[in-house]
Design a protein around this ligand. Sequence first.
Ligand code: C2E
Ligand code: CA
Ligand code: CA
Length: 804
Amino acid sequence: MYQGITCIIRDHDLRLVLVAALICGLGSFSTVTLITRAQALPARAAISWLIAAAAVFGCSIWTLHFIAMLAFMRQMPIAYDVRTTVASIAIAVGGVLIAFLVWRLIALRLVGVVLGGAILGLAIAGMHYTGVSAMRLPGHLAFSHEGVALSIACGLALAMLALGRARHAGTLLRQIEVSFWLGLSVFTLHFIGMAALRVVPGPALPTGGNVLGSGILALAVAAVSAVLLAISLAATLVERHLAERTMQEFTRMRVLNDLAHEVMMILRHGIVLEVNSAGARLFGMPVQEIVGMPIERLFAKNSVPVLLRDQMDDVEENWPEEMAITTATGKQVAVEFSSRRIEFQGAGATAIALRDLSERKRNEARIEHLAHHDRLTDLPGRFLLRERLGRAMQAAVQDSTSVAVLHLNLDRFKPINDVVGHAAGDAVLIEVGQRLKQALRATDTLARIGGDEFAIVLTHAEMPGRVSTFANRLLGTLDRPILFDGAHISIGASIGVAMYPGDGDDAEALLRAAAAAVDQAKDAALGSVRFFEASTNDATLERRQLQQELRDASQRGELELVYQPVVNCHTGDVPSFEALLRWRHPQSGLISPGAFIPLAEESGAISQIGHWTIDAACAAAASWPVPRGVAVNVSPIQFRTSDVPAIVAAALARTGLDPARLEIEITEGVFIDDAARAVTILSSLRSMGIRLALDDFGTGYSALSYLRLFRFDKIKIDQSFVPDLGHREEATTIVKAIIALGHNLGLTVTVEGVETEDQLAIIRTQGADLVQGYLLGRPAAMDRFSEDAIAGMQAALFTPPKGA
Ligand code: C2E
Ligand code: CA
Ligand code: CA
């Protein structure tokens, strides 16, 4: 090195050396610009840039060499052999090209750097010593071997260093640094090489033919320098243009990216180059902070190996897969990851798209939750209850403790639902769920297992006394009325308790026992708590069994209709019969509707049963020898849940019954939930020519307003007033008032449940139109009402028509 420096100062024209250094520096910088771009491009695209780089750098070396030669020993007449001089430039460009190709294309980076650097060093050395050997001067050249070796070693080492540092030449500073090392490798090799050279004077060489004089060489050098400058300038312009385009591409990409909900990122060599604002939101950091980060830092630990795999250059595109990212706060978020190789800023890069899966995860959890929870109260349903009860039982076995299962059934819930409406029913259920929940420990399970049924699993329930106290406290929480729509709704409940171990071996059996116990509780007294007792279980089991059997009672032909005559108060004529339903149970015999209609309404079997009734009543009436009317009762639940007009129309069509002979009896319950809809249905029945009666009139509060909603043909005064007639003034007054009201509205008025002649007499004087009751005829099979039998009844109760 020292030799090189003294050589420069002592033997050279320093101004020319400076020019040489400048040209070499400029060339080196252009070279670095070019190879940096080549490095980022896919291999095939990189080659043309490497050729340009080799041309620039080869020429730079050559120019430095020959300008330095001109600066060297200016006094001495030196000529240059043309062929060798041309060969030297070829060696420079060719060698450099090979070096750059090796450096860029060998996948193992270290090997590429060492091998490429070595070839580059050798190319510089080859150019230098070929150039030296082109000199023709008086005397000959003597070399110091150590000096030559040193020059080559320095050139090689600096070339390797330059190529090593060029691997990550993203910033301008780094590019300048690499240019420096590159230029220095040429510079040191040249001047240490020159210092190792000594001219031994001798006879002047013959001049002529194939040699260049210094003047011509100077011209040649100037020409090559000009070419070099031109290439450099062109390369810089192209690079600038590309960079500008990239910038636009960049902006466009960011604008598009920022519009996207998905997170987009661009990486190169595992470093984030770009990220959109969705990414900033996901990671919880500003864009500037994410840019420049190694990608691993943004992902959860176990996602990193997969990520690195995808960073390998041969992966063109990968299928979306699930991974986790880490946000600024350290939270892990599930994402769907997909990546693809793209060209970005004129170079290869990896584009990554991330989709935040937390929403989907939440939805999945929500669906899972919905599947296992009651939608109204958000309490666990039967499935979870069974699972938790099973677990509690296992734990109880292990710890020798007990589990209590409470089955809570609301009292008076059905009327709330039917009369006040479903919205009120829902509000009650929600409130009850909340109150119960508040009364429980976190370890207890509360589930909704049916319309108005809740189940509670209590662990560590060793003492039945405690369980009983607790159950009563639960009932206490329901004492307070529930406020709905400005009204106070009172609700109560009954609780049945089953204990484990003792009342069942599995969850299902325990739940059944608790259900049986609550039925017992209800039978005993509403609002009570009852522990399961195996012996009294039968009645309740039977009740549940009945409900099962009721489902297909109509198909099994177990339903029958009986008929009760409807009698004209004044003449004793029988204009119609009311059809009343009976269930002939194979074991239990005849069951009256009061016992099974509520069960059918509860289980939904009422639709099927009601359908059967309408069909059967129409068919029967159509076959009667005397064409009297037939009245059919329709439950509010059936009215609401099935298409009654369609069913009626079909029955009329099939049986050929005159619609005017059919009367439908409904109670005010049909108006409760949706009065407008009820009126529509009633109107369509009316338009078919059917008569409509409002049954059980006088029991409800709003019966009068319902009369205004729809113009019925008939009202039937509830039988509960009848026993008091003649005993209590009030009852007589009410009945009288209702009759007057009905007549005012142009309605026919029927009084039901007339059992005595006194009652009949009073009703007659009050002006009722029709009567029904045991006095006039008990509900019975139709064959009991022959014309003779009817005439007998008339003869007994009514003054025979004059002249008969
Ligand atoms: P409802 O429509 O008010 O029917 C009159 C009830 O009073 C009948 O009871 C009848 O047997 C009974 N009854 C008639 N005369 C007297 C009497 O003088 N004294 C007393 N104490 N009772 C009398 P039943 O047949 O047990 O029906 C009870 C209720 O079941 C009916 O009350 C009606 O609401 C319902 N029901 C009956 N058949 C059907 C039906 O086919 N469909 C629907 N949805 N409900 C029905
Ligand atoms: Ca009736
Ligand atoms: Ca009635």
